[in-house]
Design a protein around this ligand. Structure first.
Ligand code: B12
Length: 223
């Protein structure tokens, strides 16, 4: 049953255009969720889906976000949210419960927090590691991936975090327009200030950047 559900959901995710599918045991991180207690305790698993961004769209990002990237970012969020709904529908049709977490919803504006960390669920689902750029790095696709998560109680096989790190790669370090990336750590505040500045670019108005996303390519070019 666990493996059968896993395979059916993985097939569904791939049919909907997702590049990455995995299941995380979320018990160790449930305390960090900004959700009602009763909701949190229902769900032992987190399904993590990843959509691979278009390399050619990212190529248009040079040193700041642009309209092309902005639309791609928005449409990717919509696809991620819709796919999370389809996964939710499938799970509920099997008689189990599911709770889709929006791709890009902020719950606590002051602290800039979503209700759950898609990155942490992605990491526990085996999709990659935290890179120097503070993003999830997939060995195959680098940071060219946006994620969404679905909490569930459906019986599922779980994946495990994979070991890995950026090694000697520093592609994102020099290129960051905020100089927020260093070997000593990631400067969230500098990134945040720069992204606020970028919102003043005409007809973007959203805190996006894309420069360190583009820089981190993974190995997909060679395969
Ligand atoms: C609010 C938010 C922002 C805010 C603040 C970010 C922040 N505080 O980190 C702002 C507007 C600044 C922002 C900027 C960006 N964001 Co943003 N953001 C979010 C959002 C909605 C919530 C983040 C959140 O709740 N953080 C709370 C903390 C607790 O979770 P966390 O940030 O994942 O923190 C964990 C990591 O920091 C981790 N960690 C970090 N480094 C290390 C190192 C080690 C060794 C370990 C063990 C752990 C660790 O530990 C924390 C606890 O679990 C998420 C979506 C989501 N719900 O996850 C997207 C999200 C994180 N953003 C994303 C992206 C891509 C961006 C931007 C590139 C913008 C863009 N699209 O162009 C920039 C880049 C910033 C950067 N390089 O870090 C993606 C990341 C995808 C990826 N491949 O990793 C996400 C997951 C959205 C998505 N659906 O894919 N973002």
């Amino acid at each position: 049953m666990h493996q059968k559900n896993y395979t059916a959901l993985k097939d569904l995710a791939h049919r909907e255009g997702m590049a990455l599918f995995g299941v995380a045991d979320i018990l160790p991180i449930r305390d960090s969720f900004l959700l009602p207690e009763n909701t949190i305790k229902k769900f032992p698993f987190g399904i993590s889906l990843g959509f691979r961004l278009s390399r050619s769209v990212l190529d248009t990002v040079v040193d700041m976000p642009n309209q092309i990237y902005y639309f791609h970012y928005q449409r990717t969020n919509i696809l991620l949210d819709q796919t999370a709904l389809k996964i939710t529908a499938w799970i509920q049709n099997q008689g189990f419960d599911a709770f889709p977490i929006p791709a890009s919803q902020v719950m606590d504006w002051e602290k800039q927090l979503g209700s759950v960390s898609h990155r942490e669920i992605a990491r526990l689902a085996g999709h990659g590691w935290y890179g120097r750029n503070n993003l999830m790095v997939s060995p195959r696709y680098g940071s060219h991936v946006r994620y969404v998560s679905i909490l569930t109680d459906a019986p599922l096989t779980t994946d495990s975090a994979i070991p890995g790190n950026c090694g000697t790669c520093r592609q994102c370090v020099e290129i960051c327009p905020a100089s927020a990336i260093a070997d000593t750590g990631f400067d969230r505040e500098a990134c945040h200030v720069q992204l606020k500045e970028f919102t003043k670019i005409q007809r973007i108005g959203q805190m996006i950047c894309g420069v360190c996303v583009k820089a981190c390519t993974g190995t997909a070019k060679e395969v």
